[in-house]
Design a protein around this ligand. Structure first.
Ligand code: AVJ
Length: 361
């Protein structure tokens, strides 16, 4: 009797029935690699991936007056591992607050939805905190869980971990958020309600306008009766926020700098990491933390596979990530503007963070 199922759908594939065992995937790349690029992806990337990475790097690094790099490229295998370490930093209370709220209120959350419910998660990471929701649901029904994740290593960890829960079937999607969600929405049965999880304040990576636009796109994939659980980190005192993104052990700095190392590895770049300093800034007007990598001296950057040469002035920065922070009172409006109704909100007592339950109108 098979009560557990684990499947993976990778980019470019639509057949959810295809089973991909981890060993089969690993043996396909079991070749001797160049030591300089030995951190190259452990799983095959779609052919278009490198061209897209190069184009994104080129477009964002040439932006003026502020050079940028897209934050989604922070999450290669090493970046995902460093992010997991960030989540256990004493200074980064966000993940623990998120998990506490899910653990404490899993029952309330799933009780707001009619069975049968299938669960999709945007950017599952290792999926650890999702366990509470899946266990609460599995108590009343067999539950399908669709983690949608662009990091193959994070997805594999998630599938392994969540595939252990009785009465939970895992079908992983190695896709971007919206591509993954569209694929999930097409495969579900007509009577199933979908609960979409967007946890950990990942919405904070979007500028406010783009966040609205994204939520509207999510709403378009959903039907009346579906729900979105949205985690939002709340505004708190500036010192606490800065420390959460510039921890004294330097884990966040390593996470940030790894973006340059990744460009060196995958696109042949010549960034000298010791010549860059990680910086966390609080932008009060936009209510967000910004991560920057600041050049310590003049840097002549050459990235052959992006066909790019740039000069960074001493003190010039590359903006690598935004983490927007919210006030509880703005969330209702955010829901209404994007086709949802916020029917419940839970706030952690130790670290200002809110779990918001949106119903598709
Ligand atoms: C995963 C985007 C929610 O913004 O807090 C943590 C990423 N960056 N420390 C966040 C992050 C630096 C994180 N999100």
């Amino acid at each position: 009797m098979a009560t557990r199922t684990v499947q993976t759908v990778r980019a470019g594939e639509n057949n959810a029935k295809q089973r991909a065992s981890t060993s089969a995937r690993n043996s396909a790349v079991d070749t001797v690699r160049n030591p300089a690029t030995d951190l190259a992806p452990a799983t095959p990337r779609p052919a278009s991936y490198l061209a897209e990475f190069a184009a994104d790097v080129r477009a964002s690094l040439t932006k003026q007056p502020q050079r940028e790099l897209p934050s989604k490229y922070l999450y290669d295998e090493l970046g995902s591992a460093l992010f997991e370490a960030i989540c256990v930093l004493p200074e980064y209370g966000l993940t623990r607050a998120d998990a506490r709220l899910l653990q404490r209120h899993a029952r309330d959350i799933v009780d707001a939805l009619d069975s049968p419910v299938q669960v999709a998660e945007l950017g599952s990471g290792s999926g650890k905190k999702t366990r509470w929701i899946l266990e609460a649901l599995a108590r009343r029904q067999r539950t399908y869980y669709y983690p949608i994740e662009i990091s193959p290593s994070a997805l594999a960890a998630c599938e392994k971990e969540m595939g252990q829960i009785e009465l939970v079937s895992v079908v992983g999607y190695e896709k971007t958020y919206l591509d993954g969600l569209r694929a999930v929405a097409t495969r579900r049965d007509t009577q199933d309600n979908l609960l979409v999880l967007f946890l950990g304040s990942s919405i904070g990576n979007f500028d406010r306008g783009a966040g609205d636009e994204f939520l509207r796109e999510v709403r378009k994939t959903l039907r009346h009766g579906d729900a979105l659980l949205l985690g939002t980190d709340l505004v708190k005192d500036a010192a606490t926020q800065i420390l959460a993104y510039d921890d004294p052990t330097g884990v966040t700095a390593a996470f940030d700098l790894n973006m340059l190392a990744r460009i060196n590895r995958e696109l042949g770049g010549n960034f000298v990491l010791s010549q860059f300093r990680h910086q966390a800034r609080w932008n009060d007007a936009e209510r967000r933390i910004e991560m920057h990598l600041v050049a310590r001296s003049l840097q002549e950057i050459h990235i052959p596979r992006a066909n790019l040469r740039i000069t960074l002035e001493p003190g010039e920065s590359i903006w690598t990530e935004s983490s927007h922070k919210y006030v509880t009172s703005e969330i209702d409006d955010m829901a209404r503007r994007t086709g949802f109704q916020c029917i419940d909100q839970w706030v952690d007592a130790q670290w200002p963070f809110a779990q918001n339950l949106f119903l598709a109108e």
